[in-house]
Write a protein that binds this ligand. Structure first.
Ligand code: ZN
Length: 127
């Protein structure tokens, strides 16, 4: 899968960013500022945003290995590949959201109602 990696999201050239509803800062690691851009995953995220017609509040996207450990992420978390996103459900119906995410090609889902977000990833499928 095509992946672009930068030590800090400020280093991402404008020409490399083609997802108008999101900024590199939203997708970057919240612990280090590093970013891994998986273009296939980002294309699906933008498709999901377009299909839903409402903002996607990104709680977590790319995570550096050290930040993933710090937040208790799974050891092989797809957040470290840039192929997973945690999206706030405050402005979405989880059922409609999951259906739309499946329709644009996301394969893995995890709903965390107490934390108020849904994890979506490019799979392999789970749960
Ligand atoms: Zn997640």
């Amino acid at each position: 899968m095509p992946t672009l990696t930068y030590r800090h999201f400020r280093d991402v050239p404008e020409s490399a960013w083609r997802w108008p509803s999101f900024s590199p800062a939203e997708i970057a690691c919240r612990g280090t500022g590093a970013i891994k851009i998986n273009t296939e995953a980002m294309d699906k995220l933008q498709s999901l945003r377009n299909r839903l017609g409402k903002p996607l509040i990104v709680r977590s996207a790319y995570r550096s290995p050290e930040h993933n450990r710090a937040v208790g992420g799974a050891p092989a978390s797809m957040h470290m590949q840039g192929t997973a996103f945690d999206i706030a459900m405050s402005n979405h119906d989880p059922v409609a959201f999951e259906a739309a995410a499946r329709a644009v090609g996301f394969l893995g889902f995890g709903f965390y109602p107490r934390s108020g977000f849904m994890h979506i990833d490019l799979g392999p499928a789970r749960q």
